[in-house]
Design a binder for this molecule. Structure first.
Ligand code: FAQ
Length: 333
């Protein structure tokens, strides 16, 4: 059923002469059997996965920067510890995801090079500044909240290594979302100034979070293919709607106002109707012209250069261990 579709992008064999491998692959996708690293897969499927998983990994790594910026300024020792743990979790997510992407035959060095040279994308959301402590809470609440909605379906996606990496990531994102909501609700219950900080952060982060799910379905290049291959189980607009439906009652519960005059509950559909995001802004950010794109890339390149000695030391240590193990094996023989 997918043969014609999967063959088209790369000009592979036409459906009537589809290979036995192609037929087996289509059948597995149809029956919901996961595809594993050593299984045959069409080139276009491999490329799409590599693109999505590596972009996802880059997002986790670049995503450490906006919150990392607040570790030294968190308002208490406890808040610092929690924030440090959260930022470290994001690094871990990046590493699982780079490992999952490596199973598709590209090295982590190649992926990192694509990011640092500006060829690879990462999520638009991390190109906005964290101006106040309330922004840190709002990122946990909205951005990790959006990430969970997007990523829970990925635990059931068709590629085994990606699906399995997502299980732990989602558990950790769930803790992140709660810590963010707790920060924002504490501020919302605080002094008028604290409440104003929380509302201001919501005002600035709401629309970028709504746009995180990607362009509208009508402009999404990959929705259709990725959904047929069961890489994406829901479209961008479907996930966006889930996010709005889930988040509006949370804002109501802590007395904050979503900055959207068109937002209303539609009894007929059982969903919230909402306004149109500024898609021109989204595409500008994706093209590299958001408020912080240049800063983020500068910071990543500096971190990569400054970390060169750590990578060299780790590689030298690995070589020593391998040599010791080889010598021990020779002695034992
Ligand atoms: N930003 O055809 P579609 C997190 C690009 S992790 C930048 O709809 P697709 C954890 C897209 O790549 C956040 N670019 O694309 C955390 C494509 O360009 P290409 C990241 C975007 O892939 C929390 C073009 O537009 N999550 O938050 C964006 O089918 C707190 C056309 O779009 C993931 O990556 C965007 N927002 O759907 C960390 C989840 N949206 O590649 C730290 C996995 C679209 O052809 C702190 N990814 N584009 O040049 C996905 O689910 C999908 O890739 C979508 C996009 C839904 C993001």
């Amino acid at each position: 059923m997918y043969t014609q579709f999967v063959d088209a992008p790369d000009g592979n064999p036409a459906p009537d002469i589809a290979s036995a491998e192609q037929v087996r692959f289509d059948d597995k996708i149809d029956r919901g059997i996961t595809i594993e690293a050593n299984d045959w897969m069409p080139d276009a499927y491999r490329k799409t996965l590599l693109r999505q998983i590596s972009q996802h990994a880059h997002s986790e790594i670049v995503g450490m920067l906006p919150e990392g910026n607040w570790i030294s300024r968190a308002p208490s020792l406890e808040r610092k510890l929690i924030l440090m743990a959260k930022v470290q979790d994001e690094a871990g997510h990046g590493l699982y995801l780079y490992s999952a992407a490596e199973t598709l035959g590209t090295s982590r060095d190649e992926m990192v090079d694509a990011l640092l040279s500006g060829r690879a994308k990462y999520s638009s959301i991390f190109n906005y500044p964290t101006l106040t402590w309330a922004d840190v809470g709002t990122i946990g609440w909205l951005v990790d909240g959006a990430a969970i909605i997007n990523q829970i379906p990925l635990t059931r996606c068709s590629y085994g290594p990606y699906a399995r990496a997502m299980v732990r990531v989602c558990k950790e994102e769930s803790f992140h979302q709660r810590q963010g909501f707790e920060i924002v609700s504490t501020l919302a219950k605080g002094t008028p100034e604290q409440r104003a900080l929380a509302q201001d952060a919501l005002d600035r982060w709401w629309w970028p979070s709504v746009m995180m799910f990607g362009p509208p379905d009508s402009q999404s290049q990959h929705n259709e293919t990725s959904m047929r291959w069961k890489i994406k189980l829901f479209s961008n607009d479907e996930l966006r709607q889930k996010f709005v439906d889930q988040t509006v009652p949370q804002a109501d519960a802590i007395g904050l106002t979503i900055p959207d005059p068109e937002l209303r509950f539609d009894e007929a559909t059982g969903h919230y109707a909402f306004g149109t995001p500024n898609w021109d802004e989204f595409f500008e950010v994706v093209r590299g012209n958001g408020p912080c794109n240049r800063d983020r890339m500068r910071a990543r390149r500096a971190a990569h250069d400054e970390g060169a000695w750590v990578r060299e030391a780790a590689a030298a240590h690995a070589r020593k261990r391998a040599a010791r193990a080889a010598a021990a094996a020779e002695d034992a023989a």
